[in-house]
Design a protein around this ligand. Structure first.
Ligand code: TYD
Length: 205
């Protein structure tokens, strides 16, 4: 294993199966490695409170404030979890990280991308993930997974589809020329996705 630890982020739209993938990866790596599984938002005690605010106060939080709450969660996450664990040579798997803010708040809500990048860098103390797994999926499959057997989409869900399309285009744009990003086909079954990821990870651990 790398001496300085390894930071892995997992990204994708809602319904991409990112959380299940993160758990599967964690349980597999745990057999032979010192590894932790964490998440944004909500990887720390403060983060859990911020996540609750983000969920409960959706209507009362303006877009900029929403981003700053995610950034606050991220700053605490890095200070309390990411940096100490990297320093103890651990592998860290984080279910979402800075690229989610770029895709959701930047491309989805149209906030200033360069400001988001700057605040992210500040919150992360200039540390970036070594590897990002991106679970690629189309909107329809993702939404169908979420609403399951519902036959028609409500206007709220149609609205959501528009937003998600922007987020998806955002991820595509952000990851276009990034060598640290490994795209995984999220429409495959969980074992296949995991095996694809493990093949790539052989170069790192
Ligand atoms: P949550 O229920 O915590 O987890 P999940 O990732 O499993 O959906 O929801 C997090 C939501 O917050 C999700 O819709 C993505 C969004 N998000 C942002 O908009 N910006 C961010 O920076 C992060 C980390 C998440």
């Amino acid at each position: 294993m790398n001496k300085k630890g390894l930071l892995i982020s997992v990204e994708g739209i809602d319904g991409s199966g990112k959380s299940l993938f993160s758990k599967n990866l964690y349980h597999t790596l745990k057999n032979k490695n010192d590894v932790i599984l964490t998440k944004e938002p909500g990887g720390t005690k403060l983060g859990q409170k911020l996540r609750q605010i983000l969920h409960e106060e959706k209507e009362n939080v303006c877009d900029l404030s929403e981003f700053l709450l995610f950034a606050s969660d991220r700053a605490q996450h890095f200070q309390e979890i990411i940096i100490p664990n990297l320093n103890s040579n651990k592998i860290i798997i984080s279910d979402r990280m800075a690229d989610s803010s770029l895709a959701y708040q930047g491309y989805g809500r149209k906030l200033n991308i360069s400001m988001i990048k700057k605040v992210n860098e500040w919150a992360m103390q200039n540390i970036i993930p070594d590897i990002t797994f991106y679970l690629e999926i189309d909107i329809k499959t993702a939404l169908n997974r979420i609403i399951k057997r519902q036959e028609t989409l409500t206007s709220f869900e149609k609205e959501k589809m528009k937003f998600w399309q922007h987020v998806l285009d955002g991820f595509d744009q952000i990851f276009k020329n990034r060598k640290d990003v490994i795209r995984l086909d999220a429409t495959k079954n969980p074992d296949e996705i995991l095996n694809q990821a493990l093949t790539h990870l052989k170069n790192y651990i």
